[in-house]
Design a protein around this ligand. Structure first.
Ligand code: IMP
Ligand code: MG
Length: 185
């Protein structure tokens, strides 16, 4: 695989900025859910790094579940239309305060499908915590309660976010210069 330095056009959010914001979100969530029954639902795979950092910053009891979705009818760098659940929760979420933890909201289609499914299971509450929000790209409204950073419409990677499934391990969020990125053929 290509060294990311070859196509990194800028570090959009540094490791320090991420840690600072994630701590703030954790404190907010701890306050808001202190009398609740919190279940974090992480959307695989992009949400994993955010989840593990965020949950360390939450000081109230919580449980964690995972979900995976794949969007279809879409190009490689965007999603469109419906998303299909490829990994579902293991528990009944009735009476739980569900907070969906996602890496990024772009059009909103992925999370909209996830919420549609989860809401039919009658959780006590259902909200979203997203690290990144490409707000200007939104096509469907979704109930975002917590946002880490609103970002411009650029393709980003690192801190859980991938380019063709790689580079999720980088500790910062970077912008890809797609002209310099060479996909493996
Ligand atoms: P949406 O359904 O259009 O909101 O797209 C959400 C999904 O698209 C995210 O969960 C990501 O997997 C992916 N995605 C959108 N923008 C980016 C990006 O800039 N970098 C990496 N993945 C992205
Ligand atoms: Mg994702």
């Amino acid at each position: 695989m290509q060294d990311y330095h070859d196509f990194l056009s800028e570090v959009l959010i540094s490791e320090t900025q991420l840690a600072q914001r994630v701590a703030e979100l954790g404190a907010e969530i701890s306050r808001d859910y202190k009398d609740g029954n919190l279940l974090l639902v992480c959307i695989l795979r992009g949400g994993v790094m955010f989840l593990t950092d965020l949950m360390r910053m939450i000081e109230i009891p919580l449980a964690v579940e995972f979900m995976a979705v794949s969007s279809y009818g879409a190009g490689k760098r965007e999603s469109a239309g419906q998303a299909r659940i490829t990994l579902d929760l293991n528990i009944d979420i009735r009476d739980l305060d569900v907070l969906v933890v996602e890496d990024i909201i772009d059009s909103g289609h992925t999370l909209s499908s996830v919420l549609e499914v989860l809401s039919t299971r009658k959780p006590k509450s259902l909200f979203i915590c997203t690290l990144l929000d490409k707000a200007e790209r939104r096509e469907v409204e979704v109930p975002v309660r917590y946002t880490g950073f609103v970002i411009p419409n650029k393709f980003v990677f690192g801190y859980g976010l991938d380019i063709d499934e790689f580079y999720r391990n980088l500790p910062f969020v970077g912008v890809v210069d797609l002209a310099r990125y060479k996909p493996e053929s």
